[in-house]
Design a protein around this ligand. Sequence first.
Ligand code: CP
Length: 315
Amino acid sequence: MNNYFSIQDIDCLNEWIKDAIKVKNEPLAYKTLGEDKTIGLLFFNPSLRTRLSTQKAALNLGMNVMVMSFTDQGWSLEYGDGIVMDQGNSEHIKEAAQVVSQYCDVLAIRAFAKLENREDDYSEKVLKSFIKYASVPVVNMESATNHPLQALTDAITITEYQKTDKPKVVLSWAPHPKALPQAVANSFVEMMQRMDADFVITHPKGYELASQITKEVPIDYNQENALKDADFVYVKNWSSYEKYGEILHEDSEWKITGEKMSITNDAKFMHCLPVRRNVVVDDIVIDSPNSIVIEQANNRTYAAQLVLKKILEKV
Ligand code: CP
């Protein structure tokens, strides 16, 4: 594997999940694989889990780690071809990507959707430009439309907790005061289509994700109906795809409550974090024994470690 850009880069999902669980059971088994190799983690947006879990994963493999925030430290980058750079951007991606490739053996990049222009975000300009101009493998730490490290984590976590061969998994939209990207939901939907799951999406009308991603997945606009008999409830807010980047209405009745969880089949509660308590989910749910968000976040390390291991085995 050269790059980990989306979950399409996972060739055999079942093998990957098994391998990630092996890595989790023995995280230092490959502690010299990355010796004398350096990973550069480049952030265009904030992070807690992705930054620290990817760093931990790299350290477990013996790699050196360099971290840089482009929000306040890097030059602002230009991506256009043939642009006269007499405006705000100071450095072109062509030089930036080639230069950092000389310092690093692997690059990992976080660059969220700006939610201003759908075509621009869905072109994945930042990640695809790094992949085009870098001479080393690139890992997606959440791009405009994808969060494949999170989705691999989610698949590992569901596998660890599932009690039946084909669990019912519900992705429920929940309210949020800020407009958020669709990346986590997109990758989770794509992942559930690859897993053996009875998968349903529930959200208010107007929050349909891109049809090229949801394909034939059933959408139920009645949240309580969707939650019936669920084994896993995965909760996430996203802004509208159709009215791109907009919050359509408040919809506080879509918050996940203890009452709603009681409709489920004693479901596990999942969220990628960070989460706004008592806006997205009530304390009583996230603090309950059925909440697996902390273990889910723990698995971020082993998803990242498996991806880096596969890349290191090729470089
Ligand atoms: N889930 C996730 O990506 O968390 P961070 O934004 O804190 O990295």
